[in-house]
Design a binder for this molecule. Structure first.
Ligand code: ZN
Length: 427
């Protein structure tokens, strides 16, 4: 590790992740046999994209995609980092919402002409995963591997284009140690009793949160503000000493394991270098996870901003409560897909702004399924492509306004609607 070279990124790039072998679970249903991984090139990379881009280019180049308040220029390469799953309770509809929206963002960026590279990590060293493995009496590696395969199968069935890179935390322990060592060397972190903490004194203001509110959120979301080792409750473990039978790796500070935020910082830096164009994750990751991930990356590289734009996808609720294992209200993707086509679930997820939280229920699914049928009916009719194509492309490039794009395309009918249905992965 080179200390004192603030702009140096020395984490090695790993290129072998997407070459990972695909396991198959036993007892699979007919649907699972048809779930070969989707290719890296989405349908949007083919005729659909070309046609819509041509239409858009007629009124000026599609030089940017607006995401929230940020206009992302789409020239050349677009690096997307998507915070992936912790593989112990996959895959519920809340997960699906995040990854379907990330998939649509990537497809639209391709539509606009960018060379999109998506990295979606697997956080397979994690407190929740270790607790679940212990409860089930299975090895954490085994639980993580099986749940990751289930997740990949569900994503394939949902038509989510396979990311180019799928790093797993367990393969990036050395990179986390390198990150912690450099942050120690520059004074951005300190070591205490075998753990290394990132100094989080600036975190609340960075997140534009009142300090007390930040501590409260950190407590709810795995930040351990009461850890007696910390100088400040908002400091975050880059590296934590392993206790008891927790998994442990050797480090300069003794046996330990990576801190949660540091895992994503290390995987992102190792895959894309010092910055990404679009960072996606569920809204519950906005704080503390993403704020620390970015602060740590910027302290390591000196490059700001770490992410040019953020997409925090709205939560899925069940009777007013966020869909979560702790709430006992999970609805699994494979259960939904036993009864509905994947396009219906995708359409339901996409029927609102990406940042909006929404209530999941059976009536919504039924409505989405019948709406999907009606899209096919309108698509089968002849339509007026010239009028609508530009407007559809404009809607998609304007903060991924899928509802408006669908309304315009449905009104026009015919080929423009069929193109949009294919682009959104509804077919
Ligand atoms: Zn993450």
């Amino acid at each position: 590790m080179r200390a004192g070279h603030a702009a140096a990124v020395v984490l090695p790039l790993k290129r072998g992740d997407n070459a990972m072998a695909h396991g198959r679970l036993t007892g699979v249903s007919w649907r699972e046999w048809s779930s070969e991984p989707t290719s890296m090139v989405s349908p949007a990379g083919s005729k659909t994209a070309a046609r819509m881009m041509t239409a858009h280019a007629g009124l000026g180049p599609a030089s940017s995609l607006r995401i929230g308040e940020v206009s992302l220029s789409v020239l050349g390469r677009a690096r997307m980092y998507v915070c992936g799953i912790t593989p112990y309770e996959t895959t519920h509809v809340g997960h699906a919402a995040t990854f379907v929206w990330a998939d649509v963002a990537a497809r639209v960026l391709r539509l606009a002409g960018a060379a999109v590279e998506v990295c979606r990590n697997v956080t397979d060293i994690d407190d929740h995963l270790l607790t679940q493995a212990k409860r089930d009496g299975v090895a954490w590696r085994s639980l993580a591997t099986q749940e990751t395969y289930r997740f990949e199968r569900d994503m394939a069935q949902l038509g989510v284009v396979r990311p180019a890179y799928e790093p797993r935390s367990r393969d990036y322990v050395d990179e986390v140690i390198a990150l912690a060592a450099q942050l120690l060397a520059t004074g951005a972190a300190y070591e205490r009793n075998g753990s290394v903490y990132f100094r989080g004194g600036e975190i609340a203001s960075r997140a534009r949160l009142d300090r007390e509110r930040a501590i409260e959120l950190a407590r709810v979301n795995g930040g351990h503000p009461d850890d007696p080792n910390k100088d400040d409750p908002l400091d975050a473990a880059l590296w934590q000493r392993s206790v008891g039978d927790e998994p442990a790796w050797p480090s300069p500070w003794g046996l330990g394991r990576p801190g949660w935020h540091a895992e994503c910082t290390a995987m992102s830096l190792a895959t894309f270098g010092p910055s990404v164009d679009l960072h996606v994750g569920g809204e519950d990751l906005a704080f503390p996870h993403h704020v620390y991930e970015a602060a740590q990356a910027e302290a390591y590289t000196g490059v700001r901003p770490f992410a040019r734009a953020w997409m925090h996808v709205g939560s899925v609720l069940v009777e007013g409560d966020k869909m979560a294992k702790s709430a006992g209200n999970l609805v699994y993707v494979n259960e939904v897909l036993d009864r509905y086509p994947p396009g219906a679930l995708r359409l339901l997820i996409l029927s609102r702004h990406w940042s909006a939280s929404w209530e999941f229920d059976e009536a919504g699914l039924e409505h989405a399924a019948s709406e999907l049928e009606s899209l096919w009916r309108y698509g089968a009719a002849s339509g007026d492509r010239d009028l609508a194509e530009h407007e559809v492309a404009s809607a998609l490039l304007d903060d991924l306004d899928v509802p408006r794009a669908l309304a315009v395309a449905k009104e026009a009918g015919g080929q423009v609607l069929r193109d949009l249905v294919a682009l959104l992965g509804l077919s």
